[in-house]
Write a new protein. Structure first.
Length: 400
């Protein structure tokens, strides 16, 4: 809201040179937005810009010349009578109050009373103010906002629960463009509109993450290669990322199901305890996946390192020997790998049950990590199988 200037998560900025045109076009957009999918109809509101009554005092210059009264004289009379003129200041301890003089309210409360205010004339009798000015009410702007040298009006809206901000904005953009293409909506000359809001942060983050995520995967693979000095071993450890990636999405899907953990335990509903609701693919979720990629490879590194050490020590030269060495090495590293998974999940349980400030960011970040680590248990069996398969193929090729 500080970035956009609007007190709403999403909105449209209508820019132009005429406030009435901006208001009229904003009201048209208001009606269209109420029809867009995912938009909360009650939250759609366009600025009512023009509509505040102003008291206009239009000075008749010909009359002033006739009576020999200057414009400044009329303005000073109005200042004293309506606004008040400070004469001095009173001191009350550390406080200062201006002493002002002006007409009592009953003599300045409406245009008729103002017309009866007398203006002194240098040579002649005082003249009623109504002889020198036209006083009338006119509609004017309640507030004037500007941006980039243009006048601007806001059309504010919000989304329904279960919809992502980016999707709602895209739906609204498509609907408005459809109305323009069909001729139902005409954009006046000199008027432009632009969607803005917190969803822009999402777009910027997605653009950044489209570079960061592949870069993280490349760096992880390079670190694995420098550790094992083998492309195949690095790829086998890398499979844990694919398994964990699938697990993260499975957990996000489960959070969107009404039946998931929908039961009571010790008098506490688990859905309420773990804040289970539909999770959109936000920036926090993507950051959670990045953290998951690094954690998921830990178990694979532990398992692959001991497999390498075991094969270097025993040097099996037949298929039963390879399988026996694989089973022994994998069996000895199941417990450390399980400890990594269990400690990670337990450490994130307080985050999943949190309800304070920041929980709306931390919970989506923790969900893919928990889901990925739980499914990553299958990699404890996948990696030894792939390792044994590679060694058996190498033995078969050597025997030929």
């Amino acid at each position: 809201m500080l970035q956009t200037g609007m007190r709403a998560p999403m909105g449209i900025k209508v820019k132009g040179q005429d406030l009435r045109e901006i208001e009229a076009f904003g009201l048209e957009l208001e009606e269209i937005l109420k029809q867009a999918e995912g938009v909360k109809e009650q939250a759609v509101f366009a600025d009512r810009i023009v509509g505040k009554p102003y008291l206009l005092v239009d000075i008749k210059r010909e009359q002033l010349a006739r009576y020999g009264v200057s414009i400044m004289d009329v303005q000073e009379i109005l200042q004293v009578a309506v606004g008040g003129m400070p004469l001095t200041q009173t001191v009350e301890g550390r406080e200062r109050y201006a002493v002002r003089v002006r007409y009592p309210r009953e003599l300045r409360d409406n245009p008729t009373d103002l017309k009866n205010i007398y203006v002194p004339v240098e040579k002649g009798s005082p003249v009623p103010l109504g002889e020198l000015v036209d006083i009338r009410y006119e509609q004017g702007p309640q507030v004037i906002k500007s941006e980039d040298t243009f006048l601007v009006g806001y059309v504010l809206f919000d989304k329904l629960d279960g919809f992502a901000e980016v999707d709602v904005v895209e739906n609204a953009q498509a609907l408005i463009q459809e109305k323009i293409d069909s001729g139902e909506l005409t954009v006046p000359k000199g008027i432009s509109y632009k969607f803005t809001g917190t969803y822009e942060n999402q777009l910027r983050a997605e653009k950044t993450l489209s570079i960061v995520v592949p870069l993280c995967l490349i760096i992880i693979f390079l670190i694995l290669y420098f550790q094992f000095k083998s492309v195949t071993t690095s790829l086998m450890v890398f499979t844990a990322i694919a398994v964990a990636f699938a697990g993260g999405f499975v957990m996000i899907w489960l959070y969107g199901q009404d039946w998931f953990l929908n039961f009571n335990l010790f008098g506490e509903n688990l859905r309420e305890l773990f804040n289970i609701k539909t999770i959109n693919l936000s920036v926090a979720v993507r950051v959670g996946f990045i953290a998951l990629f690094g954690i998921a490879t830990d178990d694979g590194v532990v398992m692959a390192t001991y497999l390498d050490q075991s094969f270097d020590k025993e040097k099996p030269n037949d298929k039963p020997g390879i399988r026996q060495a694989t089973r022994e090495a994998a069996g000895k590293r199941i417990r450390p790998c399980l400890m990594t998974t269990v400690t990670t999940v337990l450490a994130l349980l307080p985050v999943l049950t949190s309800t304070g400030k920041g929980s709306d960011i931390m919970i989506p970040m923790a969900i893919p990590i928990v889901g990925g680590m739980l499914i990553d248990v299958t990699s404890y069996f996948l990696l030894p199988v792939l390792y044994s398969w590679r060694e058996e193929n190498q033995l078969k090729r050597a025997s030929k």
